[in-house]
Design a protein around this ligand. Structure first.
Ligand code: AHM
Ligand code: MG
Length: 352
């Protein structure tokens, strides 16, 4: 590898520290949190990279789990996130896609600004056995001032209130992508030195919607406007989408990441029979919605913006359509027209 001009290289550490210095009143706890998530992700990827070496007994010495072996990967990742974050005085509470209950920590007069971290420690873990990318998704919310130990309602904040959100993708390289509301930035892990290096500054979703990502085997279970939208994207003659290809990995972080960089739209609609989506609002949809929003894209359920939804339960699932803003809006119009035709919604008045 050619020697780098190190004075020009931004690591996650230096980037976050510099951002922090722009807020002189800041005590750096928030930056510490981002750095710690970066550390946790390095531990996770070091395990993920050994996936093929695992035996059915599991090489990591876990005990007492119902399914030892490779399928405990998401539990292992969950433990890593938990143990990395739990000891930090800045962390008021954590909630995970893999745990029914949140864990809150008393302030004990420690520090005034504390945060709630929510995460899906290893999204797409079922793909690990076959060498397909997985990822960690997270969001950081402020713990309301004066709250000694957060309760459920403090965790159920709408995504627009998040102080930061991001994901780490464990793919052909490992990449840490995050936003604090000041654009979306991506850092690639240099495994030789163990540092995340700024590789993608100010990511914006390309205008061209080159990828259509959905599990099309579920087509029969989608509602009519979503079917119409899928047909429009795949077979229609709309010049905006004639270059669009179907691309679906089945690993949300990987599908989202590709669409973020190449342009595209991902959808996991509601199942008509249950009326529910599959993906979790707090742990998967809202964090990625914040990234999409900051990158010039959009995320909705088809009827409302993901970032506006106040969760009613930790593990709440919602339909998700995310990515290229124009495509997401087109899907929203198709849903709206369908609702109006059925009398479920009134047409909005034209602006006077
Ligand atoms: P999980 O939270 O149980 O891992 O499920 C989430 C995953 C996402 O990564 C992916 O987008 C989706 O499930 C794939 O679902 P399907 O196999 O139905 O296409
Ligand atoms: Mg998941």
């Amino acid at each position: 590898m050619p020697a780098r001009e190190w004075d020009k290289v931004d690591t996650l550490e230096s980037y976050v520290s510099r951002e922090q210095r722009m807020h002189p009143q800041s005590r750096g706890v928030f930056s510490d949190l981002l750095r710690r998530i970066g550390v946790a992700s390095k531990v996770i990827v070091s395990k993920v990279n050994k996936a093929g070496l695992l035996t059915d007994k599991g090489i990591f010495g876990r005990s007492g789990r119902p399914e030892p072996g490779r399928r405990t990967f998401h539990l292992l990742a969950n433990d890593i996130m938990r143990s990395t974050l739990s000891w930090m005085p800045a962390v008021a509470g954590i909630a995970s896609r893999d745990e029914e209950e949140m864990t809150s920590f008393p302030a004990n007069g420690a520090i005034s600004s504390r945060y709630i971290v929510v995460y899906d420690a290893l999204d797409g873990s079922s793909n690990i056995d076959v060498n397909i990318s997985a990822g960690t998704i997270f969001a950081i919310y402020r713990c309301p001032i004066g709250v000694e130990q957060p309760e459920l309602e403090d965790y159920l904040q709408p995504g627009y209130k998040a102080a930061a959100a991001g994901y780490v993708i464990y793919g052909s390289s490992t990449m840490f992508v995050f936003t604090t509301g000041q654009g979306v930035h991506g850092f690639t892990l240099d495994p030789d030195i163990g540092e995340y290096i700024l590789s993608h500054e100010n990511i914006l979703i390309p205008d061209d919607c080159t990828c259509f990502s959905a599990n099309e085997s579920h087509y029969a279970r989608w509602d009519e406007p979503t079917k119409r939208f899928a047909d429009h994207m795949r077979f229609g003659d709309d010049p905006r989408y004639t270059g669009t290809s179907s691309r679906y990995i089945g690993s949300l972080v990987a599908d989202f990441h590709r669409n973020l960089l190449y342009g595209g739209v991902f959808l996991y609609p509601a199942d008509c029979e249950t009326g529910e989506g599959k993906l979790r609002l707090l742990f998967e949809c809202a964090p990625l919605a914040m990234i999409a929003d900051q990158a010039g894209g959009l995320a909705t359920t088809g009827r409302e913006r993901i970032l506006d939804i106040r969760p009613t339960a930790l593990q709440q699932r919602v339909p998700l359509i995310i990515g290229n803003r124009e495509a997401v809006e087109l899907h929203g119009r198709m849903i709206r027209d369908h609702d109006i035709a059925l009398g479920l919604r009134r047409p909005s008045r034209p602006p006077s």
